[in-house]
Design a protein around this ligand. Structure first.
Ligand SMILES: NC(=O)c1ccc[n+]([C@@H]2O[C@H](COP(=O)([O-])OP(=O)(O)OC[C@H]3O[C@@H](n4cnc5c(N)ncnc54)[C@H](OP(=O)(O)O)[C@@H]3O)[C@@H](O)[C@H]2O)c1
Length: 192
């Protein structure tokens, strides 16, 4: 069975964001994020999408929102062709929709993003990466088989925090260790 994967970066005091931005600039970590997610599906909350201002290139972007029509109104050129849950849907049945093209973007809700994953064949090369922010990690981390966590070796002021995960996940690999950050790979103890 296919599961989500999560990718995130947090500080020593669990900050992931401040004022709808990531409070550090670590180009090496950004390259890591790009390498891991390229060609795959990225799932993010509406606030994270707004902080980026555009879809991530070379990836299928799914934006979680309870108000898909609003996103379509705010970003008409981006979402004009996108499949939008409960808005102007192109298909009637929720089980018949298609993922947008690479570089494309869709707005949907939690239930339907789970359907996207469940309908994707077990041998599909596409990984579904949960990319934040705090609200989305909070809700979807329990459904992630793997967590790729960058631990930034400093404390930051912030208003968005990474949820507790240590009871559900075990550390399986330290992928990178630099003076500024580590990249850690955790696996969910109960999801394989
Ligand atoms: N360090 C990192 O790795 C990292 C990664 C990503 C983001 N961030 C940071 O995290 C912060 C943003 O996090 P956040 O928690 O404020 O916002 P968020 O999780 O990005 O987005 C929250 C929005 O997602 C939608 N949403 C939430 N639950 C939903 C559900 N069950 N169904 C449908 N839609 C749902 C809602 O959109 P509507 O209001 O439109 O309904 C909600 O307002 C920013 O500071 C950002 O820079 C950090």
């Amino acid at each position: 069975m296919k599961h989500f994967k999560a990718i995130a970066a947090m500080s020593l005091n669990r900050v992931i964001g401040e004022g709808n931005k990531i409070p550090w600039h670590l180009p090496e970590d950004f390259q890591w994020f790009k390498k891991m997610t390229a060609g795959n599906v990225v799932v993010m909350g509406r606030k994270t999408f707004e902080s980026l201002g555009k879809p991530l290139s070379k990836r299928i972007n799914i934006v979680l929102t309870r108000h898909p029509g609003r996103l379509q109104k705010d970003f008409p050129e981006l979402f004009a062709d996108a499949w939008v849950a409960r808005g102007k849907t192109r298909v009637a049945a929720p089980f018949q929709f298609e993922l947008p093209r690479i570089g494309g973007v869709a707005a949907t809700d939690l239930r339907l993003v789970k359907n996207f994953l469940n309908l994707s064949p077990a041998d599909s090369p596409l990984d579904f990466f949960i990319c934040g922010g705090a609200q989305i990690y909070e809700q979807l981390l329990p459904h992630c088989s793997d967590l790729y966590l960058t631990l930034v070796k400093r404390e930051y002021e912030g208003d968005a925090f990474f949820p507790p995960f240590e009871d559900r996940f075990e550390l399986v690999e330290e992928i990178v260790d630099t003076p500024e950050f580590k990249i850690l790979h955790y696996r969910h103890r109960g999801l394989r």
